[in-house]
Design a protein around this ligand. Structure first.
Ligand SMILES: [Zn+2]
Ligand SMILES: [Zn+2]
Ligand SMILES: [Zn+2]
Ligand SMILES: [Zn+2]
Length: 314
């Protein structure tokens, strides 16, 4: 009796194991069940997880449900499983703009003003601009004239009409410890050995150049500069220097420490110092440019001084 009961229990367990839901056969749905990757027919019986006909989707694109991407909006592609009707959507990235030449927005470069090449999207109207670098002047050396101090000023002109004036300032025979004299004839070269070469503006002094102006306009003042070694003075032209034109302070360009400007020791670098408007000077009344120094730092100026006509500020 006991043995017979055991056998029938085993039979029940076996039956459960084989059919899952404890019934002679599963009760599969006719509708498809589905997830993102596959479809199947599920057994409808409660507590039964049996599936049949499990398979990957067979996607076919349905163009009527899709949206084409444009250059301003993403689109979407819709694919439908031909077996279970599951729908998959894929976002389509924006397309590239269709840029075409846009002369109305373009501007040719001149000698001293950058130009721009403009293109416009034929679909959305977006405008893309590519800068064209200024062509640069081709200054031709003209006459040498004397300034009021009887020093040479070399005139230059370009085919575009702009003019420039150049003065040589590399004359270290006039350096002086602290006196800041320029070409005053009182200082010997040997007095400035630490400078090596160049013209220095030391603590609290100033240095002046005078130039005859024949064309009124806006000018850029640049100067050859050889920064002092740190051992001699902290190289910084922002907080310790200024520029005056005819006695009036003008903004200093560029500003910042030499180290930040990437200027190398031991060579003269042409530095833009200021931009300002200048009137034509009468004979004997040259424009006076002055670099001032407010601290004990020493900078060495040399090479060339350039006064170059630039476009008028707007
Ligand atoms: Zn079942
Ligand atoms: Zn499917
Ligand atoms: Zn576009
Ligand atoms: Zn030019």
């Amino acid at each position: 009796m006991r043995k017979k009961m055991l056998i029938s229990m085993v039979a029940v367990f076996l039956s459960v194991g084989l059919t899952g839901c404890g019934k002679p056969a599963h009760n599969f749905a006719t509708e498809w069940s589905k997830n993102a990757s596959e479809h199947w027919h599920a057994c409808l019986d409660s507590d039964c997880t049996e599936k049949k006909d499990v398979g990957a989707h067979t996607f076919v694109e349905d163009a009527t449900k899709g949206i084409a991407a444009t250059c301003t909006a993403t689109g979407k592609k819709v694919e439908v499983c031909s077996v279970c009707a599951y729908e998959k959507e894929t976002t389509l990235p924006k397309t590239d703009h269709n840029y075409v030449a846009y002369p109305a927005g373009s501007r040719a470069a001149t000698h001293d003003v950058d130009g721009v090449t403009a293109e416009k999207c034929s679909i959305c109207g977006d405008v893309k601009e590519t800068p064209i670098p200024a062509l640069g002047h081709n200054f031709v050396v003209g006459a040498t004239v004397k300034n009021v101090d009887n020093y040479d000023v070399i005139k230059h002109s370009c085919t575009c009409g702009k003019v420039a004036l150049k003065m040589a300032v590399l004359d270290y025979s006039f350096l002086t410890e602290g006196s800041n004299s320029f070409r005053d004839g009182t200082i010997a070269e040997g007095d400035a050995t630490e400078a090596g070469e160049g013209v220095r503006v030391a603590g609290g002094g100033s240095i002046k150049w005078r130039l005859p102006i024949e064309v009124a306009g806006r000018y850029r003042f640049s100067l050859g500069a050889n920064p002092a070694p740190n051992a001699i003075g902290d190289p910084n032209i922002e907080t310790k220097n200024g520029v005056k034109v005819n006695g009036v302070e003008v903004p200093l360009i560029p500003s910042g420490p030499y180290s930040g400007l990437g200027i190398q020791l031991g060579q003269f670098n042409q530095l833009v110092m200021a931009e300002f408007d200048a009137q034509v000077t009468a004979p004997g009344e040259d424009l006076e440019i002055e670099i001032t120094q407010v601290a004990s730092q020493r900078l060495f100026w040399g090479g060339e001084l350039w006064l170059t006509q630039i476009p008028t500020a707007e």
